[in-house]
Design a binder for this molecule. Structure first.
Ligand code: HEC
Length: 112
């Protein structure tokens, strides 16, 4: 009986820890932002842009891109064909599929 109580206690503490961990994880990073950051890193955006403290300074800092007033649609065009907004831009065109393009654009728009 004593053993059972101890096991139950340890299990409750464990469940509580998982619960706290899950809440913090959800706040720190939504699944969408994790996915978007993965694409951003893989595509090399950070070689020119800083996002949340890490990255280059060739292009503007994107950490607060959501405050620029640019729509998700504008951001999609910017990523796929920067020359449309900035003729002669040194930013390369990125050929992302529609789903990934949407994820990255929505993430950038959410940065405020
Ligand atoms: C070779 C450097 C370079 C790379 C790589 C690059 N960019 Fe850029 N980006 C720029 C520059 C420079 C600008 C500023 C506009 C201009 O002069 O073309 C810019 C502008 C932008 C803007 C517009 C910011 C604003 O509000 O005016 C966004 C959004 C952006 N880049 C997103 C991205 C994303 C997402 C990636 C990766 C998929 C990326 N960039 C990769 C250089 C780069």
């Amino acid at each position: 009986m004593k053993n059972f109580k101890i096991t139950a206690l340890i299990f409750s503490v464990f469940l509580f820890a998982v619960f706290i961990f899950a809440i913090n994880g959800a706040k720190a990073m939504t699944p969408n932002s994790a996915k978007a950051m993965k694409i951003i890193k893989a595509k090399g955006c950070l070689s020119c842009h800083t996002i949340n403290g890490s990255g280059g300074s060739v292009g503007p800092n994107l950490s607060k891109e959501g405050l620029s007033g640019h729509s998700v649609k504008w951001l999609k065009v910017q990523i796929a064909d920067p020359g449309k907004h900035f003729p002669g831009s040194i930013m390369p065109q990125f050929n992302l599929n529609a789903k990934r393009l949407n994820e990255v654009a929505q993430y950038l728009e959410s940065l405020k």
